[in-house]
Ligand binder design. Sequence first.
Ligand SMILES: CC(C)(COP(=O)(O)OP(=O)(O)OC[C@H]1O[C@@H](n2cnc3c(N)ncnc32)[C@H](O)[C@@H]1OP(=O)(O)O)[C@@H](O)C(=O)NCCC(=O)NCCS
Length: 203
Amino acid sequence: MTMGSESSPFPPGFSISTPRLQITPFDPANQTHCAFLVKVWNTDDFISSCGHTSVDTPEKAASFIQGRILSDYARYRHGIFLVSLRDGKPIGTVSLMKGTPPDPYYSAPDVGYAILPEESGKGYATEAAKGMLEYARKDLGIEGAFGFCAAEDMRSRRVLEKVGLEFRGIGDLIVFGEKRSAVYALPSMEDLTAYNLTEKLEL
Ligand SMILES: CC(C)(COP(=O)(O)OP(=O)(O)OC[C@H]1O[C@@H](n2cnc3c(N)ncnc32)[C@H](O)[C@@H]1OP(=O)(O)O)[C@@H](O)C(=O)NCCC(=O)NCCS
């Protein structure tokens, strides 16, 4: 490894399987992973929904995987993963993320996703997010999870609903610099303040 000191805590060949997909850890030394991360996070569709990230060259992708993604794996055993079809073709990313102090953070992670435009509309984001939450529950004992997206992003909101999260309201979330966001949570999460989400939500 040339950048940072984190290494992956997952055994070789680790994969979360769903009926049509494989969800696998990113590897900064894998050129295909780095090139794909640049591709999927720089489509017009992604940029119009999520904005620009710092990941716009394979070198920056390697650095981001080595720095941010591997530290999340080491700290939480979850983070941002690669989504591929069963034949190995990469089609997107799925994530379960939690902030870390001193930044503001909630005590339950939130699920996110990005699928290439040509593979959208086939239920893959929903399937990947369900697989991620199932892994978190069964293997990591994580019972709470949020879903956040821009309030007007009806497509992402539909995915969160199909994954089984409940709409709890719209609020200016501190973790996103007070950006107005739709808040979804697993039905078992009755009181969101117990997860450190104390912002006022409007229905
Ligand atoms: C959002 C995104 C992940 C969806 O991926 P996907 O694989 O197409 O999602 P799915 O097929 O599982 O589900 C999409 C659902 O949204 C619905 N949908 C699509 N456009 C919609 C709209 N404008 N309004 C409401 N629902 C919409 C689809 O009909 C489908 O629901 P259905 O199965 O009930 O018909 C993908 O388009 C993407 O990566 N976009 C860019 C990045 C992004 O927005 N990420 C999320 C940021 S929080």
